[in-house]
Design a protein around this ligand. Structure first.
Ligand SMILES: Cc1cc2nc3c(=O)[nH]c(=O)nc-3n(C[C@H](O)[C@H](O)[C@H](O)COP(=O)(O)OP(=O)(O)OC[C@H]3O[C@@H](n4cnc5c(N)ncnc54)[C@H](O)[C@@H]3O)c2cc1C
Ligand code: SF4
Length: 641
């Protein structure tokens, strides 16, 4: 494998338009993140031709291009989520460094996402080829069965139109695609079940030394909550990164991990080395990112990939409201905002630009959905951080960002009253809360005048004892949290930017307050000094029942085009098909009516597999077949022009 991957299926604007004019595309997919890549792979492996419009340049499909990202990260003084990825005014993305405390009634326009508040949300995504998985953490849990029915069970949020059982076979496909490392016997809790004899593709990664110390201290702790006893056990998390393949996978066929894109490691499958750089980039590419799926799709020879093509309008037919074409702006350079306005058409249209961008694009196209729910019900996981210093060195900074945590507050009766939560034990010290190790070094140099050997020893002493609990608290659907657009706020290409209205309900705040109480018990049991403090000056600050807190966004945008049982209560159906536009699919976490306490990507990937099955069935009903792949021709039968 060499760097020639970029030439595989990249086409010119003119070629895309020509093929579109000849009705060669079964589907036009907008976005090449995990959602778009799965749909592209599934459709093309069955012999159908797709066009992918991708807003970003495609140079990260080469090994050289990827290495540039790594170098950018090393060079960049800011180590935020988007530090490796170059600024691109033509397809801008949110950065956490743009977020500051809001003034009531004043829009904060500093970042790409306009923050209307009342609370500022610092979650991000990445508009590069491969999408946000380029910098995700890759903690990859299934949702609990009860998460799919929180309205009917607990009277909060929204129910799904499908159940865990419906999604179970697709979870299996998603775990194969991503290459998940986990052990079934450690994951089957609180209703999570698997098919008989199921094993994950790879064995679970070992817990870190820190996990073991924390487990020794807090395992067995009991909490009474609304008449139920929650007993704490530290458990490993499933990981979307390469471990040791399980020889029993797939009835003994085993599993072949995928390593770096565009290098010999594709064959070898680089393994996670535990160096803790996963967010914002895994230098050895042991962590899954969507380019791995995209590559499989490209290899079929049936993907036309058009980078630097920013979809700007979905245009529908007046009579049946089906999509007529997608308009996009094709720019020649990230340095300039000159573009060519073009349009393409296909049998099916699949928007896979993520929960914020899908809704933004639909609203900018004047398509708010007949339920009026487009952009509404924006959800994200809310994180409360609690940090302390352990009495002993705990080997902090070894392992992935997060190898284990606590799942024992994710379920149960209390969900009728307060938000449930999962707990992550962070292997990267206080980084998320205080900016450690950089801030530790500043303190030791500026305030304690330490240099040379003494400084090095002090840094190690301090960091090795750091413990951070990150509480991932569920947020339920609330129509007032939403994405909107306004012609007043546009990017360099003249596309409307997303405006975010965001707040936390008392339900969320009660869950956060309770999670903080558990952290105090944990620190006490561990003999750790609690350093957590929540300043009113922080942009995520809020006060609840007389106590100060701040929150951080979980980077799990969801709910902006929820699925449901009818056009009145949702935007898409259980296949992520738009109720209003029969040939349009809005895919990804925007379709999720609730997010439970699991990071969202495994579930959205499972949904994309389910959707691909439905679309394949739909296409096959149109009786269109591919006769030849090398000389692309279609046998056009009934009803296909
Ligand atoms: C810091 C961080 C950590 C995370 N950690 C985890 C984790 O541990 N576990 C987990 O499950 N999830 C995690 N996530 C979330 C996860 O990354 C996302 O759920 C997932 O990547 C979403 O995939 P997607 O394909 O739907 O969207 P994206 O990955 O955002 O892809 C969208 C694609 O569409 C393109 N695009 C956007 N607009 C346009 C347009 N107008 N025209 C053409 N193309 C367009 C983009 O360039 C991009 O390629 C994390 C996210 C962040 C930011
Ligand atoms: S710990 Fe290192 S090797 Fe493993 S996924 Fe994270 S960055 Fe990659």
């Amino acid at each position: 494998m060499n760097d020639s991957i970029s030439t595989l299926q990249q086409i010119t604007l003119e070629q895309a338009i020509e093929r579109s004019n000849k009705s060669e595309y079964h589907a036009c997919i907008v976005g090449s993140g995990i959602s778009g890549a799965i749909l592209a792979k599934q459709l093309t492996q069955k012999g159908y031709r797709v066009l992918i419009l991708e807003a970003a340049p495609a140079k990260d499909m080469t090994y050289t291009g990827f290495k540039e990202y790594v170098s950018n990260y090393y060079r960049n003084p800011s180590k935020d989520n988007n530090a490796p990825y170059p600024e691109n005014p033509n397809a801008p993305m949110p950065r956490s460094t743009d977020v500051s405390k809001l003034t009531p009634g004043v829009d904060d326009t500093k970042g790409y996402m306009v923050q209307r508040g009342p609370l500022a949300l610092d979650s991000t995504y990445t508009r590069v080829t491969g999408g946000t998985t380029m910098h995700w953490e890759a903690k990859i849990l299934r949702m609990l069965p009860e998460d799919f029915a929180i309205k009917s069970t607990y009277g909060v949020g929204l129910d799904w139109p499908i159940s865990y059982d419906d999604l179970m076979p697709y979870y299996r496909l998603a775990e194969r695609e991503i290459g998940v490392s986990a052990n079934v016997e450690e994951q089957g809790f609180y209703g999570i079940k698997y098919e008989e004899n199921y094993v994950y593709p790879m064995y679970g990664l070992p817990p870190s030394y820190l996990d073991k110390i924390v487990g020794k201290g807090i395992d067995g702790a009991e909490f009474e909550l609304y008449g139920e006893t929650h007993t704490v056990t530290v458990r490993p998390f499933p990981q979307g990164r390469n471990g040791i393949p399980n020889e029993r996978y797939d009835n003994g066929s085993g599993f072949k991990p995928v390593g770096a894109i565009s290098s010999h490691q594709v064959e070898q499958g680089g393994r996670c080395q535990g160096n803790n750089n996963c967010v914002p980039i895994c230098p050895v590419q042991a962590k899954y990112d969507a380019r791995k799926t995209l590559l499989d799709a490209l290899r079929t020879g049936l993907v036309d990939f058009l980078p630097q093509a920013v979809a700007s309008k979905v245009v529908v037919n007046r009579d049946d409201h089906s999509v007529k074409h997608i308009e996009f702006k094709h720019y020649s350079s990230t340095e300039r905002s000159e573009f060519t306005l073009a349009k393409v058409s296909a049998d099916k249209y699949i928007l896979a630009t993520n929960a914020i961008e899908n809704a933004r694009l639909m609203l900018a196209s004047g398509l708010p959905s007949s339920s009026g729910l487009m952009g509404k019900n924006l959800m994200d996981h809310t994180y409360l951080l609690a940090w302390g210093l352990l009495p002993e060195a705990a080997g902090t900074m070894r392992g992935t960002k997060c190898t284990s945590g606590v799942a024992d507050f994710r379920y149960g009766r209390s969900r009728a009253k307060q938000a449930p939560f999962g707990i992550d034990i962070h292997n990267d010290g206080w980084g998320w809360a205080t900016g450690s190790p950089f801030t530790d070094i500043e303190t030791l140099v500026d305030e304690q005048n330490r240099f040379g050997k003494e400084l090095r020893k002090s840094v190690v002493d301090r960091i090795s004892n750091q413990l951070l609990f990150a509480y991932m608290v569920e947020q339920v659907a609330d129509e007032s949290n939403r994405v909107t657009v306004d012609p007043e706020y546009k990017d360099a290409l003249g596309n409307m930017r997303p405006i975010i209205n965001y707040n936390l309900s008392d339900y969320s705040k009660a869950g956060i307050a309770y999670s903080r109480e558990t952290s105090k018990v944990f620190f006490q049991r561990l003999g750790a000094e609690d350093f957590s403090s929540y300043s009113p000056l922080d942009y995520g600050y809020f006060n609840y029942q007389g106590e100060n807190y701040y929150f951080r966004g979980g980077n799990h945008f969801s709910g902006t085009h929820v699925m449901g049982t009818s056009a009145d209560n949702s935007v898409v159906d259980e296949h992520q098909r738009s109720w209003d536009h029969p040939n349009l699919y809005l895919v990804g976490s925007g379709s999720m009516p609730s997010i439970g306490t699991s990071n969202t990507t495994l579930t959205l990937a499972a949904l994309c597999f389910k959707t691909s099955e439905y679309i394949l069935d739909e296409i096959s009903k149109q009786s269109v077949k591919i006769v030849s792949n090398s000389d692309f021709r279609l046998a056009k039968e009934a009803g296909h022009e």
